[in-house]
Write a protein that binds this ligand. Structure first.
Ligand code: FES
Ligand code: CO
Length: 346
């Protein structure tokens, strides 16, 4: 599925940039092939416009935020409010502004430390991540980076218990036990929930992460897929009662690349496991996933009838995603646009 070709994907919210990245002025972002500019207004809220001045097309992300919290073009200073209306043309002392001096605005909301953007009328609200509102949890922003793969690959990998023993054998994966744990599925309107118990290695480096010192410990996973490209990795360690709950948004930049946004909720204290330790633990794991996903074909055909790939039992979550995405397209009068296998590598 080539994401930029499927119009319905424009009708979802995506995490774009951490709000802290907007503290020193406007920033560019590409969402589903669309160039946008984000900035923090006078009220501290993020806003998003098309990244193209209507005067001579300069990128507004090259501009600056003025004293009223509006965004000014860096070329000749035309200034826009959060609705995209031009409110000032410095060269025009009479203050007359042409009617067509307007830039496309997009819905933009602050949530979970990120600026979320929907390009068109959203089908679902921004997902509710309950730990954000539950006392006793702290939120840690872990990673924000560009990956040369596509969101569906990342989402499928998140629910694929078969890769732990291979991709993550250097830390928590049990190479000697490659039989994957099975999930129990609960379909939801917004995606699905999948629950399982997974034995994992617990090397000394992870003792403070898991809260136990046993050589092998158990993860109780209650994972969720939020259509189209967000997921909860709801990991609890029953032996210690520690929750290590990761949320990821795989935000589509274009048909080949995505932004990996990852943050974590923990129900312990900074003293028992520091922010830096938690980032350092998840860093190589995330890199291992990235490395293997960047070595796959970037496009995955969601219509499995086309038989572009072989499957096994543990691919069930991914196949369910593909079926639900295919239905989403059909419900909105779209067909899957994909690349033929021999064109996929480029
Ligand atoms: Fe933006 Fe001229 S191009 S003000
Ligand atoms: Co992985």
């Amino acid at each position: 599925m080539l994401v930029t070709q499927q119009k319905v994907l424009r009708r979802f919210w995506y995490a774009t940039l951490p709000l802290s990245m907007l503290d020193d002025g406007p920033k560019p972002f590409t969402l589903l092939g669309e160039s946008i500019v984000l900035w923090k207004g006078g009220d501290g809220k993020p806003h998003a416009l098309r990244d193209r001045c209507c005067h001579r097309t300069a990128k507004l992300s090259k501009g600056f935020v003025d004293e009223d919290g509006n965004i000014a073009c860096g070329y000749h200073g035309w200034t826009y409010d959060c609705s995209g209306a031009c409110v000032k043309i410095p060269q025009n002392p009479a203050g007359v502004i042409p009617k067509n001096a307007i830039v496309q605005a997009y819905r933009c909301e602050a949530r979970y430390g990120y600026a979320w953007v929907a390009l068109e009328d959203p089908l679902q609200p921004i997902p509710e991540f309950v730990e954000e509102f539950t006392p006793g949890y702290r939120r840690i922003l872990q990673f924000h980076e560009t990956w040369n793969t596509t969101p569906l690959r990342m989402m499928e990998n998140s629910f694929d218990n078969s890769h732990f023993s291979f991709v993550h054998k250097a830390n928590f994966g049990l190479f000697s036990n490659p039989t994957p744990s099975k999930y129990e599925f609960r379909p939801e309107e917004w995606g699905f929930e999948a629950e399982t118990h997974v034995p994992v290695r617990n090397p000394p480096a992870s003792h403070r992460i898991t809260g136990t010192t046993e050589e092998i410990t158990e993860r109780h996973l209650i994972n969720r897929w939020y259509m189209p490209f967000a997921r909860r990795f709801g990991c609890s360690y029953p032996a210690s009662g520690i929750d290590h709950i990761i949320y990821n948004c795989a935000t589509p930049i274009d048909d080949r690349t995505m932004v990996l946004a990852q943050w974590l909720y923990r129900n312990d204290s900074e003293a028992s496991c520091s922010t830096q330790e938690l980032i350092d633990w998840d860093r190589p794991i995330t890199d291992e996933d990235r490395d293997i996903l960047e070595a796959t074909d970037y496009d995955a055909c969601i219509d499995v009838q086309r038989q572009q790939e072989c499957h096994m039992e543990s691919d069930k979550p991914g196949l369910l995603m593909r079926r639900m995405l295919l239905k989403l397209l059909a419900d909105h009068g779209e067909r899957e646009v994909f690349r033929e296998p021999d064109e996929v590598r480029g």
